[in-house]
Design a protein around this ligand. Structure first.
Ligand SMILES: Cc1cc2nc3c(=O)[nH]c(=O)nc-3n(C[C@H](O)[C@H](O)[C@H](O)COP(=O)(O)OP(=O)(O)OC[C@H]3O[C@@H](n4cnc5c(N)ncnc54)[C@H](O)[C@@H]3O)c2cc1C
Length: 413
């Protein structure tokens, strides 16, 4: 018999944690699984990277986020904060476990998927003599879990299974760095992540991209003693979408020649020591050059691992590949499968629209829906509501309705 948990949150990012706390608060049993550590996405940011969003917008579960200098939180401060929130609310989390499959246990959960592999026997935690219709907690989904946490395009087979009534996919949207699609991009000195600045000291570094990550990396690596070149495919850095305090600095560095910039330029090939660049000149003609670099950093955004969405057949036909869901309940077309957090945006292009700060209403919507579902099941059985989640607690002070209203009124950071 597989272990049974009433709800499973996949992803211990800020919204996964906030969802788990909301569910616990309403009396709904939950467990969080993450392929990495708590706050995995933030953990791979370069050390001392700061949030763009202000602290009250990235605070979760009503717990204030204070920084020592009142500035926007750094990666380290925020990870510290997340650990504290998890401990304060005793959020049950298993880290370094990747959920690799989600299968319906029977047809009641599956409203159209062709995927009928249930992964084994249908023992499901319902007491002997009790039918599923009588149980408010009837297992509907079987999760396959792998101890191999790394994200790859081909998920590993599950090591064990877990049964659950509802799954909340709070899996974010930044699993893999975007690829350039040129020869040589898998060489060891090509890296889609900025590492600790110290390691680049004295090295020739090519940064590809022109948005926040690339611009911030160019400034930090220049200040850290690297010889930095920026390669961007447009005429100039974009007018919007760059942190307002970075723009004057990078423009000054480019003007003074401290950072070399190739605009209207693309990388066409990377070899062990050199990069082939093609620049479109003012007359429209391509100009090719080969430049030697020690490190090549394509910082051109990240894409979502859509494997679970594809298994569930809930991928929309939007270019982002965002999942299908009901904005009132966050439920997907599969009963008992919800999405939360930035996962709803799929793979966001250079103009991000779904941020942490506009996802704080997802946990309450999901908890409301689960509570309503449990109540209506209880009604159909003639039972009382007491043990079936408490919708009234949705408006508790912990929910911080004030913050949600402020965010709606002022969508900009
Ligand atoms: C440099 C940088 C700066 C940023 N600055 C900001 C900012 O200022 N403001 C802002 O709002 N956003 C910012 N972002 C984006 C920010 O990372 C997200 O807004 C935030 O992390 C979203 O939280 P989330 O809980 O929705 O998802 P995530 O934090 O991405 O969490 C998703 C979690 O799901 C886990 N997971 C995924 N698939 C599985 C699986 N199959 N099994 C188990 N676990 C899984 C991942 O390991 C991860 O921990 C920035 C991103 C970067 C890279």
């Amino acid at each position: 018999m597989n272990e049974f948990v009433e709800t499973v949150v996949i992803g211990a990012g800020p919204i996964g944690i906030e969802t788990a706390i909301e569910l616990q608060h309403r009396g709904i049993e939950t467990h969080v699984y993450d392929a990495g550590p708590v706050g995995h996405t933030i953990s791979w940011w370069a050390p001392q990277t700061r949030w763009f969003s202000s602290n009250d917008r990235i605070a979760i579960a009503g717990v204030p986020l204070h920084t020592v200098d009142q500035a926007k939180a750094s990666r380290e401060e925020y990870l510290n904060y997340l650990r504290g929130v998890v401990d304060q609310f005793h959020v049950p989390i298993t880290t370094f476990r990747r959920v690799v499959s989600i299968r319906p246990i029977d047809d009641s959960a599956n409203t159209g998927s062709n995927d009928s592999d249930t992964g084994g026997g249908l023992t499901n935690g319902v007491a002997d003599g009790q039918t599923k219709a009588e149980s408010a907690l009837a297992p509907r989904w079987r999760l396959g879990i792998s101890r191999r946490a790394a994200a790859t395009d081909h998920d590993p087979p599950p090591d064990y299974f877990l049964d659950t009534h509802a799954v909340i996919l709070a899996i974010g949207g930044t699993d893999f760095p975007n690829r350039l699609g040129v020869p040589g991009e898998d060489l060891p000195h090509v890296d889609g992540y900025l590492r600790e600045v110290h390691r680049y000291h004295g090295r020739n570094v090519l940064i590809i991209g022109g948005r926040n990550s690339a611009v911030e990396a160019a400034i930090r690596l220049h200040r850290g003693g690297a010889n930095v070149t920026l390669c961007y495919h447009r005429d100039q850095l974009p007018d919007d979408g760059i942190k307002y305090w970075l723009r004057p600095e990078i423009e000054g560095l480019i003007r003074s020649g401290s950072v070399q910039a190739f605009f209207r330029s693309r990388v066409t090939e990377i070899t062990e020591h050199a990069v082939s660049l093609e620049t479109t000149d003012d007359d429209g003609k391509p100009h090719r050059r080969s430049v030697e670099f020690d490190d090549v950093l394509p910082l051109i955004g990240y894409r979502q691992n859509t494997s679970l969405f594809r298994q569930l057949d809930i991928v929309s036909d939007l270019p982002s590949g965002a999942p299908l869901y009901d904005a009132e309940t966050m439920q997907t077309p599969r009963a008992g499968i919800y999405v939360a957090g930035t996962a709803i945006g799929g793979t966001q292009s250079s103009r991000y629209q779904i941020f942490l700060e506009n996802c704080h209403d997802h946990p309450a919507k999901i908890a409301d829906h689960l509570c309503r579902e449990r109540s209506s099941r209880a009604d159909s059985k003639g039972a009382t509501h007491q043990s079936h989640g408490d919708p009234e607690r949705a408006n508790s002070p912990r929910g911080d309705q004030g913050l949600r209203q402020r965010i709606e009124l002022q969508p900009e950071s």
